[in-house]
Design a protein around this ligand. Sequence first.
Ligand SMILES: C[S@@+](CC[C@H](N)C(=O)[O-])C[C@H]1O[C@@H](n2cnc3c(N)ncnc32)[C@H](O)[C@@H]1O
Length: 303
Amino acid sequence: MESFKPTHIPVLPKEILEYFHEIENKETPTFLDGTAGEGGHSELILKEFPTAKLVLNDRDSIMLSRASTRLSIFPGRFFPLEGNFSEVEASDLEERIGSSKVDGILLDLGISTYHLTSSERGFSFKNEEYLDMRLDEGGKLTAYEVLNKYKAEKLSQIFREYGEENWTKKIVEKILLVRKKNPIRTTLDLAKLVESVIPRKFWPDKTHPSFRVFQAVRIEVNNELGHIREGIENLSNLLNKGGILCVISFHSLEDRIVKQVFREKSKGEMFSILTRKPITPSEEELKVNPSSRSAKLRVLKAL
Ligand SMILES: C[S@@+](CC[C@H](N)C(=O)[O-])C[C@H]1O[C@@H](n2cnc3c(N)ncnc32)[C@H](O)[C@@H]1O
């Protein structure tokens, strides 16, 4: 068997398993991991529930293949499905596990540590890479196009809305100036451009001053926020009675959408929210996995 070295530590592991223990079908539970990543959570689920079957989904084929390698210790119990979680259909589940609904669904939003450190697709301001940022190869829009082709108004809108960037006006002015001469091609081109605009005394302590701009461009390229709403609406209909949907978000924009859609869903008789407030990592988890610091878990139960 191929050896597998994970780069990503799954967040809120204990909490996710505790909530999945609330599912009503304990004998032959079925799960959908909508954001497989490196399969860290899926591995925990398959260990915790020895009779479970799991559909393993990711829009990034490389992640799906990494996760499948990791899970090869569970032959016959996991079933890969490449695509967007907002487009998973009952027939996809039926084909893989013989049932059109599942008992537990996990969405662990955003990107994996692997994307930042090893994908070479320009997600990080740390390495010199071409500005691509697409999670799936089939995606038409790249970060290069956003930064070099978008008009000032559109760039300002995405930096404000998706990055909550206070220096938007100045950053956009600089982008327009720079790209008149040469295209903004690499991650370091972008990181240095932002550095040159934001005065040093306003740089954040724990990260690079360009992190908000990187986040905003990535969200735009992958339409990440749109898929969260569509995804929760779609996937909540694929839950068996007594089933559990866990969603982990990593910034306020994501969490706001999760909170809002959960509220709308819980107005009828079909769903109830199990987390009045979002669950956040314990002190203990923060020590071993500081990147979990902004994680928030919300849980919905199908009645
Ligand atoms: C934070 S990582 C998941 C890590 C995983 N839980 C683990 O323990 O290894 C998020 C993953 O979700 C995938 N992803 C993001 N948005 C998606 C979407 N709309 N549909 C399917 N996969 C998505 C990304 O490609 C990435 O691999």
